[in-house]
Structure formats: C-alpha cells, structure tokens
Design a protein. Structure first.
Length: 428
C-alpha cells in the first residue's frame, strides 16, 4: 500500500468488520496497511481453532496473496503480529489493534456500542436484505444499527426477498468512481458496495455511456469469466433440498461451470441509464483462485455525419477516461496480459485489454412496413426509399475485454476507499 495510505495514520475512529471469510480477511489486511482506523473490531461469532493463535495464523497467511508481512513490506518484511492477548481478546498487527468478538453471529448480539464502533462492514454475505427489521429471527443488517452502529456497508449487492417491497430510503448502492456521491450522509445508513463484477462492468460501461450517450448504445451483453468463490464445491456433493441448479454442486477443481450473475440488475442501480438499453449478463466459473475477466459486447448506432466507430476510437475513449481518473480505478493497458498480471493490482476496478478490442460495422435492413404496422402507422417521410419500405442503418459491434482482481486488488481496495469516505461523514 505504501506511503500514500500511511499519511492517514493518527485518526481515532474504529471500524467493525463482521465476518472473516475471503473479503473479511482481506479487508483487515487493507486497513492494517492503510492505518486510517486505530482499532479494527472483528466479529467472527464463534470460537476459532484452539486459541487466538490459530486465528492469527489464518490472518497472517494467504494461499492466494502470500503473507501479510510480504503484502505490507515486500522483501523487507518483518514479524507483523507483535502481540496476541488471549485474555483481552486482541492482536497487535503492525501497530494496529485487532479486537476479536466471538459471542454472536446475529448482528443483534454484537455490542458495537460497547466497543465504540460506529462504522461496520458486513462481509458475511448472509445479511443482504435492507427491508427486514432488526428483530428478524435469522438476523438482519438493521441488527447492526440496533446495537450501536451508525453506518453499515455491505460487501455484496442487496437482495430483497419480498419483491413487493421497494428499496428503503436509508439504503443505497454505490460504486466508487461511478456514483459514490449518491451516498447522502444525512439519509443513508445502509450502503451496498455492489459486487466485484458490477464494479468492473460499471467502469467499462460508463466511458462508453459518457461518449456515445445511451441512445446510441442499442444493446449490450456481458460474460464474466470468473474465478472460484468460497460458495462452490471443491468436490462433487449432494444437492440440498429444493436445489434447482445442480451445477453448483459440481467440483470447481475439475470443471468450467455455467452460472448466473446479478450484475445487470445492480448495474442499473448505479447507472440508471442502463434501463434504456437491452442488456444481458452471464457468468462462467473457472478453476482459478482469483483474477477474472469481463467480455463486453456492445452494439452502437453509427452517426452518418460523424467519424466511423473503429477500434482506435473505442481504445481512445478508454485511454482518455483512464487518464482522467485520478485514483486509478480504470486502467488502460496496451500490453498482452494474462489473469495473473492483474492479481493484487491496487484499486484497478477494470483493466482494459486494448490489444484485444475489436469492432465490426455492418448495415442492417429494417422493414419499415412491419415496424410501422406495430406502431399503427404507415411508412412515410425520409424512411420511405424509392417505394421500398426499407431503412439501412449502420451498426457497429464492439468487443471489449476488462480484467479485474475479484478479491484484493479491485474489490477490497475499493471497498476500503468507500469505508474511508463514509468514515469522514461519521466523524472521528
């Protein structure tokens, strides 16, 4: 993380982290490096191993990103965990106190107020419905607020179970660099940070939206070639009662698995203009630990009076958008990359693989007789061409590739930026 983030040291605000899975653990890494918060309070809700030493062992090492010491200091790494206090229930990690809570997995039972924690990141993936009350038997996001938190950030998209309910006024979905200013500290208490895929996709779509406008983007399709997640099976397993997608129970070590993604729905929350565009999103899981790819295909209407859309035009749009983004959320690369090259790359929501941008332009014939009959009209005016009720419209199809590290490099680092920006409104 380097000296840039260390300048944030010295603030007195604490941060709470609920859940210590993949995103939870790496969120701890991020904030240990960043040192914006002088104490991190982690709720695991249960005993871990035989002692706090076992939790420290888990926190210090990672099969994907190496050791915490190497992450912080590279070849100059030193012992990172200086103290393990079993009685008081805390670790000292590179000068940052990490307090561990084990008593409750239900947010209602986590006494954030007692620990003076006002900002909480929920990384469990279990509590995603902002409409549910705090006393729901299975636990809810509002349980955090009931127990002293002022703001809750969710490291996943919202999922409202009851489709007749609308999004509460105090809940909002934001992506840094896209619609982060939609967060109103006076109104919003529950903030979704969307997903890793939606984050990458939004940063790929927005430059095109800004340049062409939604009217010229006729359709778009996306397929994410996505690394494995913890929810997938290591070996084939028996489906649960009522399971409808049997592929989720097949071994990710041995298969390419077709699955679904909610990126299309979430994208419309952060870029409302997408509601005007026909859009399809698909997902394919592959047996890699992290490092994912979005293949975006857009159909663009040519402007007869303007420059034809070529790959150079598309690449120049991204080149300029990347240079205009001061935080490096969008990267433009003219190198030939593979997935390992973007693993751990800080804050890169999307890395555009310019070498593989492709375009193809063709003229599409539209039968105006059929089109107008649908509208209850007769073809006339400039669309009537010599008695032939056909209109020829030039359409360009563009294929754009965008890499993203779905764990630490992209998502967790941007989740950290979201937490720090919200902390400013909470106060220290």
């Amino acid at each position: 993380m380097g000296d840039t983030v260390k300048r944030e040291t010295g603030r007195g605000l604490k941060i709470g982290i609920n859940g210590l899975g993949r995103i939870g653990k790496l969120t701890v890494w991020h904030h240990v490096a960043r040192k914006r918060f002088h104490e991190i309070v982690v709720n695991v809700g249960r005993e871990v191993g035989a002692s706090l030493n076992d939790l420290a062992h888990y926190l210090e090492r990672d099969s994907t990103y190496g050791s915490l010491g190497t992450y912080l200091y590279g070849h100059r790494a030193k012992p990172i965990i200086q103290e393990i206090n079993e009685v008081e229930g805390y670790l000292m990690v590179d000068g940052v106190r990490i307090r561990v809570l084990k008593t409750s997995r239900d947010p209602r039972g986590i006494n954030w107020m007692e620990r003076d924690v006002r900002l909480v990141i929920d990384n469990t993936g279990r509590f995603l419905d902002p409409t549910l009350p705090h006393d729901e038997p299975e636990g809810t996001l509002r349980g955090h607020l009931e127990c002293g938190a002022v703001k809750v950030i969710v490291s996943a998209p919202f999922k409202i179970r009851d489709k007749t309910r609308s999004m509460p006024e105090d809940a909002v979905t934001t992506i840094m660099g896209i619609n982060e200013n939609d967060y109103d500290p006076r109104v919003h208490r529950i903030i979704s940070n969307a997903s890793c895929t939606t984050t990458c996709l939004a940063h790929m779509i927005k430059p095109l939206m800004d340049f062409f406008g939604p009217q010229r983007i006729l359709t778009a399709t996306m397929a994410t070639v996505h690394a494995v997640t913890g929810a997938q099976a290591v070996l084939d397993r028996l489906p649960k009662s009522g399971a409808s997608d049997l592929r989720k129970n097949r071994s990710i070590m041995n298969n390419i698995i077709l699955t679904s993604t909610g990126a299309a729905n979430t994208l419309a929350l952060v870029l409302p203009e997408m509601k005007e565009i026909g859009f399809i999103a698909e997902s394919v899981r592959i047996p890699t630990a992290t490092g994912s790819l979005i293949i975006l295909v857009v159909n663009l209407q040519e402007d007869p009076s303007g420059e034809q859309i070529r790959r150079e035009v598309i690449n120049d749009i991204y080149r300029q958008a990347a240079s205009a983004e001061p935080r490096g959320y969008l990267n433009f690369s003219e190198k030939q990359n593979v997935s390992a090259d973007i693993v751990g790359l800080p804050r890169a929501a999307a890395v555009i693989e310019a070498h593989e941008t492709h375009t193809r332009t063709a003229e599409v014939n539209i039968d105006l007789q059929k089109l107008c009959s649908l509208a209850g009209q007769s073809p006339s005016g400039p669309f009537e061409q010599g008695g032939q009720d056909l209109a020829r419209i030039a359409i360009t199809q563009a294929v754009i590739y965008g890499w993203y590290d779905n764990e630490l490099g992209s998502y967790v680092n941007m989740l950290g930026d979201r937490a720090v920006s919200i902390a400013e409104s909470v106060g220290s």
